[in-house]
Design a protein around this ligand. Structure first.
Ligand code: ATP
Ligand code: MG
Length: 305
């Protein structure tokens, strides 16, 4: 029998005080997938996550976690989830270790060894016996992640997880997330308004804008999409040649510059061809598409509403 998806959202909607904040979100998350939920401030990311973990009820639609409906089988559904929403919950007057022990006491399956392992995984071993109110923001984030992964959830949900982490902390965090996904099989749902973070960390990204998912794509597909710019003496002839011989659609950018996606074609071969056909090339450059290009294309002109 086929395993159910780790997370399935079907037509998820939320209206608060007459305002539709989440407008029919659909998505499926499988084991070992790192999913990025990317959108500007106020797009509806946290509201969606609150519905996933049952903090608020959807106005319409459903959330299913490992085959269990959050609305009808809350305890079973949520037993598969570790999460941090906005900022991690912890007792500030206890030490990091005491916080972890407190949580572990509620779940008999968590051994002392497992606690020590997660402390090491998040790099808190030197400070875990200090009180949380002496921690920096980044240390609290790390402790939050330790809390969230301690029970080996199948689904890890992190709302803006790298807030407060320094660059070294971010790099370590990315490594940790990859390990959890690719070695331990966790599905990871990360929300962020930071493009680079999602680009560097995730396999799949959905872009949410004003409550609607406007695109879902493999991050790898965006990064492999190369755009070439040529500066040459006869742009119109080059455009025609590229279309007729290679089925490549080029556009004219400036008087002497054209641009095209060349897909799987070899740039060397194209350049040889253009020169052979009598085109004089002055300059040629490769521009890799980034998530930022896509995001800006899709969200241009938007303001927070
Ligand atoms: N309880 C509420 N009452 C009224 N409006 C709300 C409520 N909760 C959320 N909103 C509104 O819903 C919209 C989406 O909020 P949400 O917190 O989901 O955004 P977000 O994508 O997480 O943004 P950010 O990147 O700033 O965290 C915002 O316009 C917000 O003001
Ligand atoms: Mg938010």
């Amino acid at each position: 029998m086929q395993q159910p998806a780790v997370l399935e959202l079907a037509n998820l909607r939320k209206t608060i005080k007459g305002k539709e904040i989440v407008k029919g979100v659909n998505l499926t998350l499988n084991p070992s997938q790192i999913f990025g939920f990317l959108g500007p401030n106020g797009a509806g990311k946290t509201t969606t996550i609150r519905m996933i973990v049952g903090l608020i009820k959807p106005t319409e639609g459903s959330v299913t976690i490992c085959g269990y409906s959050v609305a009808h089988n809350f305890v079973k559904a949520l037993s598969n989830v570790g999460c941090i929403i906005e900022s991690p919950d912890m007792y500030k007057y206890l030490t990091g270790m005491e916080n972890l022990l407190q949580l572990a006491a509620m779940d008999k399956k968590i051994s002392k060894q497992r606690i020590n392992d997660v402390v090491e995984m998040v790099g808190l071993q030197h400070r875990v016996n200090d009180k949380v109110d002496t921690y920096s923001l980044g240390m609290r984030q790390r402790l939050g992640i330790a809390q969230a992964i301690m029970a080996r959830p199948k689904l890890l949900i992190l709302d803006e997880p790298t807030n407060g982490l320094d660059p070294a902390g971010m790099t370590e965090f990315r490594k940790l997330i990859r390990k959890l996904a690719y070695e331990d099989g966790m599905a990871v749902f990360v929300s962020s308004h930071l493009l680079l973070e999602i680009q560097q960390m995730c396999d799949v990204v959905s872009i949410i804008k004003q409550g609607s998912v406007i695109t879902t794509t493999l991050v790898q597909d965006i990064l492999h999409d190369d755009k070439i710019e040529w500066q040459l003496n006869d742009p119109e002839k080059a455009i025609t040649l590229l279309r007729e011989h290679w089925n490549i659609v080029a556009v004219r950018l400036k008087n002497d510059t054209i641009s095209a996606d060349i897909g799987q074609h070899s740039l060397d071969k194209l350049n040889e061809f253009l020169i052979r056909e009598g085109i004089a090339l002055t300059y040629c450059s490769t521009k890799q598409h980034t998530l930022e290009d896509l995001f800006l294309d899709l969200t241009v002109g938007d303001e927070i509403v």
